[in-house]
Design a protein around this ligand. Structure first.
Ligand code: F6R
Length: 616
C-alpha cells in the first residue's frame, strides 16, 4: 500500500511536478487518502502535501506547478497517524534539507522516535516514517554520505520499507532502499531514472525496469543506477528487463465500449480472461501437481478474495483426486502453524503478489520449515514470485478496480485446472470424465458472457437491495466460497454489512437475527447440497426472511420457495454443475457493482481500502 514515484532526469523541458503527479495517479489504487510531492529546487526542498485524492488536490495545478529539478511523490494509505495533511508524505528532517517517502511499517519506530526526541529532534507528524529523515540527518551530520547515511539508517529499522530519499545539497542523485515493500526502478539510459512502488507509474515513459531486492540500496542518477547490498556493503550488477505488458488496462474502454468505472469494465473482461486461463499449456501445471502429490502436507494460504478462491480451489483439487489441503488465512498462518511439518508444500494465492501477510506466511514456511512454495500470482515479477519455487501466473492481466473480480475468477479457474491435471497425471478420474470437466470449465467463459448479456434482473435486484443495512449470504460446499466472495464484495463497494455462513451453520446462532423482511441471499446450484439448501431456505422463510437465490437456469424447487432469483445458464449435467462456481460468484460480483452504483458510490476506490496490502 502507498504509492511512491520519483524522477531524476537531465531532460531540459521536463515539468517534474506534473510528471510525478501523473505517475502517482497511476498508483492511486495503492492508497488514496492523501498525497504529496517534494522537489529539490536550487538547494532547497519544495514540499506540497494535502489530504484527499490527487485530482482534487491538483485541481488548480498545485502539484504540477511545484518548482524543482528532481524529486519524489507519494499517495498514502494511512497506517500510523490519521489521513490528514501533516501525516501525508513526504516527511522532512529538522534542517528541512532531506525529504523522504516511505511504504511499509517501521516496527521499532517508537523506540527510535523516543531516542531522537531525547536528542532534540522535532517531529511534525504521527507517522512511523518520520524517524527516517531525522536518523539520516544525524548520520550526515557525522560525515556520512547520503548513501551511507541511508544504509546506516535502514540497519536500525525493523519491519518493512520501500523508501526514497532526496537531499537538497545532493542534486546529482537520490537514494532508494527496500525491505519487504516493493520498489522498482525504470530507466532511460543516459537520460532519466524513475523509482516507484509499481511498474505502471513509469510504464508510459519507459519499458526498461530493474527490481530492487530486499536489503538493497540504490543510487539513482539521471539514466544511471548503482545497487549496493546493505549488509555485505558490496555492489551488485544490475540486470534490467523489458516490461512486456502495456497500459491498455489503464483505459476504461474495452472493445470500443467506454465504461463508467474500471470495476464494470473489468467484469466485462472476465469471459476472455477465463478463456485465456483454460488455454494455458497443461504442462505448465505439471511441477505444481507433482509438488502437491509428493508432499506429506499441503497448505493453501491467501487473504480476502484470494482466500475464497483458495477455498474453492482446495475443494476442487481434493474432489478430483488430490490430497486433503488445509486452507489457512495468511494472516493467521504463523500462529496456527508455528512448526512446519517436514515435506510440506504451501500454495500461496495472490493477485498482487505483494500482500505482506501472504509473504510472511510463505517466508515462515520456507525459512522455518523448508517447505516448498508454489504460488498462483497475477503480477509477474512481484515479491511473492521471488520467494516461490514454482509460479503459475493467472491471466487476469492488470486489475485496476480495488476490489478483486477478474483476479478471483481466474484464480479459481487456475486451481480447478490443477485439480484436473492431477486427475490426468495420477489417473484419479477416467479420461472421459476429465475431458467432460475440462469442456465444462472452458464453457464458464461463455456462461459469464451470457450473464453480462442478461443483466436486467441483477440491476432490478440491486435496486431492491440498496435499502438494506444487513444481509446474510448462505451456501453449502464449494458454493460457500462464492457466498463469501459475494458478501465481501458487497461490504467493500456498497458499504452494506453482510455476513456469510455455511448454510448448515446458520441454525447454530445466526438465525436469531432473522425477522420479518430480513434479506438472505442463497447460492443454490443443483449439486449434492441442493436438498439440504432447500431445507435451509425453508427455515429462513418460515421466520420471515426475504429470500434471494442464485440458481441454475432450469431450477424449479428453490425458485418456487424464493422471493427473487438470479438464473445462471449452466448445462444440466454434473460436469457443468461442478465447475460452475465462477459464474455463480461472478453474478454476485456484478450485483455488488450495481448496488454500489445505485447508492451513488465509487466502486473503483472504496473508502479505507487499497489494492496492494503491503502491511501486516
Ligand atoms: C477483495 C480484495 C482483497 C484481496 C486481498 C488479497 O475484493 O480485493 O480482499 O483479495 O487483499 O490481495 P492479493 O490477492 O493481492 O494478495
Amino acid at each position: 500500500m502507498c504509492g511512491i514515484f520519483g524522477i531524476i532526469s537531465t531532460k531540459p523541458d521536463l515539468v517534474v511536478g506534473r510528471q510525478i503527479r501523473e505517475g502517482l495517479e497511476r498508483l492511486e489504487y495503492r492508497g488514496y487518502d492523501s498525497a504529496g510531492i517534494a522537489l529539490v529546487n536550487n538547494g532547497k526542498i519544495e514540499l506540497r502535501k494535502k489530504s484527499g485524492r490527487i485530482a482534487v488536490i491538483n485541481k488548480h495545478g498545485w502539484f504540477d506547478s511545484t518548482p524543482g529539478q528532481f524529486g519524489v511523490g507519494h499517495t498514502r494509505w494511512a497506517t500510523h497517524g490519521k489521513p490528514i495533511q501533516f501525516n501525508a508524505h513526504p516527511h522532512m528532517d529538522c534542517t528541512e534539507k532531506i525529504a523522504i517517502v516511505h511504504n511499509g511499517i517501521v516496527e521499532n519506530y517508537q523506540d527510535l522516535k523516543k531516542e531522537l526526541l531525547l536528542r532534540g529532534h522535532k517531529f511534525k507528524s504521527d507517522t512511523d516514517t518520520e524517524i527516517f529523515p531525522h536518523l539520516i540527518e544525524e548520520f550526515i551530520a557525522k560525515g556520512f554520505s547520503l548513501k551511507d547515511a541511508v544504509i546506516e539508517t535502514v540497519k536500525k529499522c525493523h519491519g518493512a520499507y520501500g523508501v526514497v530519499v532526496i537531499h537538497a545539497d545532493t542534486p546529482e542523485y537520490m537514494v532508494v532502499a527496500r525491505k519487504e515493500s516493493p520498489l522498482v526502478i525504470g530507466i532511460i539510459p543516459g537520460e532519466t531514472t524513475y523509482c516507484a512502488s509499481d511498474i505502471p507509474a513509469f510504464l508510459p515513459l519507459t519499458r526498461e525496469a530493474i527490481i530492487l531486492d530486499d536489503d538493497e540500496v540504490a543510487i539513482l542518477k539521471p539514466g544511471e543506477v548503482e545497487i549496493f547490498r546493505v549488509y555485505e556493503g558490496t555492489q551488485k550488477e544490475i540486470s534490467p528487463f523489458e516490461v512486456s505488458y502495456t497500459m491498455d488496462a489503464a483505459q476504461k474502454t474495452l472493445d470500443g465500449v467506454q465504461f463508467p468505472w474500471y470495476m464494470i469494465k473489468e467484469l466485462h473482461e472476465v469471459p476472455q480472461k477465463i478463456k485465456e486461463q483454460v488455454q494455458i499449456p497443461q504442462t505448465d501445471l505439471d511441477e505444481f501437481c507433482k509438488g502437491i502429490m509428493e508432499s506429506d502436507h499441503v497448505f493453501i494460504t491467501a487473504a480476502g478474495s484470494s482466500y475464497y478462491a483458495a477455498l474453492a480451489g482446495k475443494f476442487q483439487i481434493t474432489k478430483f483426486g488430490g490430497p486433503y489441503i488445509e486452507a489457512i488465512l495468511c494472516s493467521e498462518f504463523i500462529d496456527l502453524v508455528p512448526n512446519i511439518p517436514k515435506n510440506s508444500l504451501i500454495i500461496a494465492v495472490s493477485q498482487s503478489g505483494e500482500t505482506a501477510d501472504t509473504i510472511e506466511a510463505v517466508r515462515h514456511a520456507r525459512d522455518k520449515g523448508d517447505a516448498k512454495i508454489c504460488s498462483i500470482v497475477n503480477q509477474i515479477g512481484s515479491s511473492l514470485t521471488r520467494y516461490s519455487d514454482q509460479v503459475l501466473v493467472t491471466t487476469a492481466g492488470p486489475e485496476i478496480a480495488v476490489a478483486s473480480q477478474k483476479a478471483f475468477c481466474t484464480q479459481v479457474t487456475a486451481l480447478t485446472l490443477i485439480g484436473l491435471r492431477i486427475a490426468e497425471l495420477y489417473h484419479t478420474l477416467p479420461p472421459m470424465e476429465i475431458k467432460a470437466y475440462r469442456e465444462s470449465l472452458a464453457n464458464t467463459s461463455s456462461i459469464t458472457k451470457q450473464i453480462l448479456l442478461k443483466q436486467g434482473i441483477i440491476k432490478e435486484l440491486a435496486s431492491k437491495l440498496t435499502e438494506y443495512n444487513n444481509i446474510y449470504f448462505l451456501a453449502r460446499g464449494i458454493s460457500y466460497a462464492a457466498a463469501l466472495e459475494g458478501a465481501l464484495k458487497l461490504k467493500e463497494v456498497a458499504y452494506i454489512h453482510t455476513e456469510s455462513y455455511a448454510a448448515g451453520e446458520s441454525k447454530h446462532g445466526p438465525i436469531a437475527l432473522i425477522e420479518e423482511g430480513f434479506p438472505v441471499i442463497f447460492v443454490a446450484p443443483p449439486d449434492q447440497t441442493y436438498s439440504r439448501i432447500v431445507g435451509n431456505i425453508m427455515e429462513m422463510k418460515s421466520r420471515g426472511a426475504i429470500v434471494y437465490s442464485v440458481v441454475s437456469d432450469e431450477d424449479e424447487n428453490v425458485t418456487s420457495i424464493s422471493d427473487y432469483v438470479i438464473r445462471i445458464p449452466i448445462r444440466k449435467n454434473k460436469y457443468a454443475v461442478e465447475t460452475s462456481i465462477v459464474p455463480f460468484a461472478f453474478s454476485l460480483q456484478l450485483l455488488a457493482y450495481y448496488i454500489s452504483i445505485k447508492k451513488g458510490l465509487d466502486p473503483d476506490k472504496p473508502r479505507n481500502l487499497a489494492k496492494s496490502v503491503t502491511v501486516k
